[in-house]
Design a binder for this molecule. Structure first.
Ligand SMILES: N[C@@H](CCC(=O)N[C@@H](CS)C(=O)NCC(=O)O)C(=O)O
Length: 268
């Protein structure tokens, strides 16, 4: 029996969803609303003490870390193979998955949180917000929630994360070895990179576009045609819906001082 605890289809959650869908595996999906702190509820922290998604549970065995989950799934289950058959190919694949985990994903994540979190928590008073943050197991994550709500990051930091995102796309553009990242075989390298790229041609049109990164744009279109990708992207996205509701409330309140959000005190 397979169960996946995840957020909506984006970033590390999409990364773990894609191989399950590509292989056509049956699994029970548990979608958490990350912007309402469901991943820090005691019941979930019992499953993953880090209070983060994704988590795969296979016959009662708990697996964390999306990149590790994906290799486990490919090694354990039938269906389309997602790792190259040879050691050198697998090493090349892991260079990309490591690059995503250590460089690309952190840069995107900081920019995403900066853009989202303050709006997401606008209904919470500072005390309510702090009570939620206190439950977060990892200090790094507590800091990240607090810093993004207070928007303390400097323009230089934001510029540097954007630089890293741009450098990541250029590295992909130069490294694309065929229709898929490693050449003719679709692998976990494509899975990892695409999970970060999803939505970028719209949100980062100045970075991902036909002129500056044509091979990446063509690859993205090929990815979007895959039935496994379509199936993964059809998964519910409660965090996104919640954020959109908060954004509408924020827009409606603009210019109405009486509708000032309760988290005013977070603002610098
Ligand atoms: N290294 C972990 C990172 C997991 C991670 O960052 N998960 C994010 C979602 S993409 C999360 O749960 N964020 C919510 C939080 O930390 O409060 C992995 O690859 O699985």
């Amino acid at each position: 029996m397979l169960e996946l605890y995840h957020g909506g289809p984006g970033a590390n959650s999409l990364k773990a969803l894609l191989p399950l869908k590509e292989k056509g595996l049956e699994f029970t999906s548990h979608v958490l609303n990350l912007l309402q702190f469901e991943q820090h509820e005691p019941w979930f922290v019992k499953i993953n003490p880090n209070g983060q998604v994704p988590v795969l549970v296979h016959d009662g065995k708990v697996l964390t870390e999306s990149t590790v989950i994906n290799e486990y799934v490919d090694e354990t289950f039938q269906g389309i193979p997602l790792r190259p058959p040879d050691a050198y190919g697998r090493a090349q694949m892991r260079v990309w998955t490591k690059f995503v985990d250590e460089y690309f994903c952190p840069a995107l994540s900081f920019l995403g949180w900066y853009a989202m979190i303050r709006t997401a928590v606008r209904d919470l008073s500072p005390a309510e917000f702090e009570a939620k943050v206190q439950r977060i197991p990892l200090k790094e994550q507590r800091d990240k929630w607090r810093e993004s709500a207070a928007q303390v990051w400097t323009p230089q930091q934001l510029d540097d994360w954007r630089r890293r995102v741009r450098a990541s796309i250029q590295r992909m553009e130069q490294g694309m070895a065929g229709p898929w990242m490693l050449g003719s075989q679709f692998t976990l390298a494509d899975v990892s990179l695409f999970s970060m790229l999803i939505g970028m041609p719209e949100r980062y049109a100045d970075i991902v576009n036909q002129k500056g990164s044509p091979r990446v744009v063509d690859w993205y279109s090929r990815m979007m045609e895959r039935p496994g990708v379509k199936a993964a992207l059809a998964i519910p996205r409660p965090s996104r819906e919640f954020l959109e509701t908060q954004q509408k409330a924020e827009a409606a309140a603009r210019g109405h001082p009486e509708a000032t959000p309760r988290n005013q005190a977070f603002r610098p």
